[in-house]
Design a protein around this ligand. Structure first.
Ligand SMILES: NC(=O)c1ccc[n+]([C@@H]2O[C@H](COP(=O)([O-])OP(=O)(O)OC[C@H]3O[C@@H](n4cnc5c(N)ncnc54)[C@H](O)[C@@H]3O)[C@@H](O)[C@H]2O)c1
Length: 213
């Protein structure tokens, strides 16, 4: 998409954050928002917000702020919110089950369409409205799915990744501690709560937030 390719990656990463907040504002019937209000809600400084929004062609007016509807329209297009992206979840354990219960469709058009597990006790169940299939049936079932969430034990991650690649999956959200190897055209986002927690504590210690008088 032309508009999207002009947006720096750091800005693109903040899009879902902005989208979620603005969507809530619209639900509450608000038609405009100031960069200060946004900044407080999404915890991004207002100079960054103004710069980000200038890439979207949204110029805030002094004393008026930004037009919520315009921004949402832009974000929907950029994030492909008008089109549903189907996602599969692999590994219906503690973490996987929690994700299935969380309703992703509330704020955008990303849907966990199916889940897979190797445990026969889990196969055949429906969790949070999502059917759980046997991992042996992956190739047969997964045809229109574009992305996968990996919540299997780390030791299983690479083998499953290879099967996902063979099935045409081009994005993986990897919650396992394993560093998976993928071809260049496949995007992997690795989420490690231990690293995130360490980083939070580091910032709390070294960059304490100042309270304005
Ligand atoms: N990223 C994080 O912050 C974070 C936090 C907690 C756990 N984890 C990781 O997430 C993963 C899941 O954690 P959990 O606590 O839910 O574990 P869990 O043991 O509860 O769940 C793992 C599930 O994967 C299934 N499974 C095993 N082998 C499989 C295979 N070959 N194919 C399909 N399914 C298979 C199991 O039957 C089980 O249901 C682990 O790798 C764990 O280290 C990550």
């Amino acid at each position: 998409m032309a508009a999207q390719s002009k947006i720096p990656q750091a800005t693109a990463k903040r899009l879902p954050l902005y989208y979620r907040f603005l969507n809530n504002l619209q639900v509450q019937g608000k038609s405009r928002v100031s960069s200060k209000e946004l900044s407080e809600a999404v915890k991004v400084d207002s100079a960054t917000i103004r710069r980000d929004f200038s890439y979207f062609g949204a110029l805030g007016k002094k004393g008026y702020g930004y037009n919520v509807e315009y921004l949402l329209g832009f974000f929907r297009k950029t994030l492909d919110q008008d089109e549903t992206t189907y996602v599969a979840l692999i590994g219906v354990g503690n973490l996987g089950t929690a994700f299935l219960h969380y309703n992703f469709t509330k704020n955008n058009n990303t849907r966990i369409e199916m889940a897979f597990d190797a445990d026969p006790n889990k196969v055949g169940q429906e969790i949070g409205g999502v059917p759980v299939y046997h991992i042996d049936d992956l190739e047969e079932r997964i045809n229109h799915v574009q992305a996968a969430i990996l919540t299997v034990p780390g030791a299983e991650a690479q083998t499953i990744t290879e099967r996902l690649m063979e099935s045409g999956i081009t994005g993986i959200l990897n919650f396992t501690p394993a560093r998976i190897t993928v071809p260049e055209e496949v995007r992997v986002h690795h989420i490690d709560l231990a690293v995130e927690l360490q980083s939070l504590i580091y910032f709390m210690k070294h960059y304490p937030l100042e309270i304005e008088e």
